[in-house]
Design a protein around this ligand. Structure first.
Ligand code: F6P
Length: 543
């Protein structure tokens, strides 16, 4: 079954939402209306508590949003997604990252074949390999135990493993895991500077094994290794993760060191596959499995919870509401844990590469906004950086606040301070501070009347700034898996409503094509016609 092609603007719910958007109350008014709002607009699931009551919605808006998702055909689309139908139609592929974390007895078919046994065969290979490396049983070409792992990959072959490995630092073993992604030679050299060839394992990750950045970096790393240890060392120091087996063998990687991927998993959704090898190396295969289990639990929730109690569905609908009816251009993601430092960058690829589309599933230009801009940084750092604009700027920026009840190292004093800020910010963003409150505060401080009147306008906070709070018991491999899967399903729901194909990424091709033309020009001193700006820039670089 393919995804329905429903123009959302022609649904009755869209019309209703457009009307409702004209008559919005402020968040302060919504909260003043009654005490049940917080309970009405929150969802408890496993160790997740999602409070979306500080959003500009009421029961009528919620009902119309749920009407929109139903009219968009979400329920059938969700079945097609989970059952391996070719929903990535522009690339002719299924979208089955969920199969990578399915239970062993699941039966998920692609072209009539149950893919789950193959998934478990790769999982077993990951387990055996990572256990042997961690225990120092599988040794380097010099007979030493490996101390360092360098992941060479970019985009989905970098961001997921890099984000998760940092997020699970608390659960890490002795292996130092580094990430080399940018084709910037300085990045490459800075990583190589930190490691010793005799005890370094390189994991080359590329779904296609054609990506310029990854291949260039892998070739440079190989040369560096060969200079230090000789050609024969490559077989012991390089492993690869890819769908392109021929290219891997041509690179000199032995078949026992190859971890296959499948074309039914998109790069940005691939951390659950062998792309997660550096994660399993860093935190051990059991923690990697726990990450997968957490994601599988979230898959179950998304697949079966009623739409109004369904976390990815409700979060996606809030995004649609702000994006399409209230004019928001971006959303902030603010994790209140330093461990999730890379989550916003990871979500930028997941969300913006998936839903940054302007042609609908019928091949027509859309007449409405799609793909929101994602950005963020951990709190409390971000409070001292860009929060000014969220509190007192002119832009509407709905924000996700992600916090954990338990600190991993158990430092209660610090954690209370961190979480006090977490709660305070969403309250301040919602409630603001009125002119009367500002005046009262300044009077209390004994400020002179003229000076006070001058200052009052600058110290007012209008409030009414929407936030969604995700309060999770503890950052574990399991809850992290569920959190990431939650965002994956949110992306899916948004794509269904926006009537776009979320799983291709044609938009990254043009720049790649032009870069290879320009590179040829640099190598061959040939010159091709560009616009005058590009011509001038290339000439200046070459001179
Ligand atoms: O940037 C485009 C893209 O295809 C991403 O979707 C992907 O994650 C990345 O390049 C890397 O691709 P590969 O794993 O094939 O090297």
């Amino acid at each position: 079954m393919s995804l329905p092609k429903i123009n959302p603007t022609l649904t009755s719910s869209w019309n209703k939402l457009a009307q409702l958007a004209k008559d919005l109350k402020t968040l302060q008014n919504y909260f003043a209306d009654g005490t049940s709002r917080a309970q009405q607009f929150s969802i408890t699931w496993e160790s997740f508590f999602v409070d979306y009551s500080k959003n500009q919605i009421d029961k009528d808006i919620q009902a119309a949003l749920l009407g929109l998702v139903k009219e968009s055909g979400l329920e059938d689309a969700r079945k097609a997604y989970f059952s391996g139908d070719t929903i990535n139609q522009t690339e002719g592929r299924a979208v089955l990252h969920t199969a990578l974390r399915a239970k062993e007895d699941a039966d998920i078919r692609v072209n009539g074949e149950n893919v789950v046994p193959k998934v478990y065969a790769v999982r077993a290979k990951i387990k055996a390999f990572t256990n042997a490396i961690i225990a120092g049983e599988q040794k380097s070409s010099t007979g030493q135990a490996f101390t360092d792992v360098v992941n060479i990959g970019i985009g989905g072959s970098d961001l997921g493993p890099a984000m998760i490995t940092e997020a699970l630092t608390y659960y890490k073993n002795h292996l130092n895991v580094h990430f080399m992604s940018n084709v910037d030679g300085d990045h490459v050299m800075e990583v190589l500077k930190k490691v010793n060839p005799a005890s370094t394992l390189f994991v080359v990750v590329s779904k296609t094994f054609t990506t310029q950045e990854t291949l260039s970096n892998a070739i440079t790393a190989k040369k560096w290794l060969v200079e230090a240890l000789g050609e024969n060392a490559v077989a012991d120091h390089f492993v690869a993760v890819s769908t392109n087996l021929a290219a891997i063998y041509a690179f000199g990687i032995q078949s026992k060191n190859v971890f296959p991927m499948n074309d039914w998993v998109g790069g940005r959704f691939s951390l659950w596959s062998a792309v997660g090898l550096p994660i399993a190396l860093a935190v051990g295969p059991d923690n990697f499995e726990a990450l997968l289990d957490g994601a599988n639990q979230m898959d179950g929730h998304f697949a079966s919870a009623p739409l109004e109690d369904n976390i990815p569905v409700m979060l996606a609908l809030l995004t649609v509401w702000y994006n399409n009816f209230l004019g928001a251009q971006s959303e902030a993601v603010i994790p209140y844990t330093q461990y999730l430092n890379r989550l916003p960058a990871y979500l930028q690829q997941g969300i913006m590469e998936s839903n940054g589309k302007s042609v609908d599933r019928a091949g027509k230009a859309v007449s409405y906004n799609t793909g929101n801009i994602i950005w963020g940084e951990p709190g409390t750092n971000s409070q001292h950086a860009f929060f000014q604009l969220i509190h007192q700027g002119t832009k509407l920026i709905p924000a996700h606040f992600i916090g954990f009840s338990t600190a991993l190292h158990g430092n209660k004093d610090h954690h209370d301070k961190l979480m006090a800020n977490f709660f305070a910010q969403t309250e301040a963003l919602m409630s603001g501070k009125t002119e009367e409150q500002v005046r009262e505060e300044l009077i209390q401080k004994g400020m002179d009347k003229t000076e006070m009147e001058h200052l009052v306008p600058f110290k007012i906070f209008t409030g009414n700034k929407p936030t969604t709070t995700l309060l999770i018991d503890k950052l574990t491999p399991n809850t992290l898996g569920a959190l990431v899967a939650m965002y994956e399903h949110k992306i899916f729901v948004e794509g269904v409503v926006w009537n776009i194909y979320s799983y291709d990424q044609w938009g990254v091709e043009l720049g790649k094509q032009l870069a290879s033309v320009i590179l040829d020009e640099m190598d061959n001193s040939t010159s091709i016609k560009h616009d005058s700006s590009t011509t001038q820039l290339i000439a200046r670089y070459k001179s």
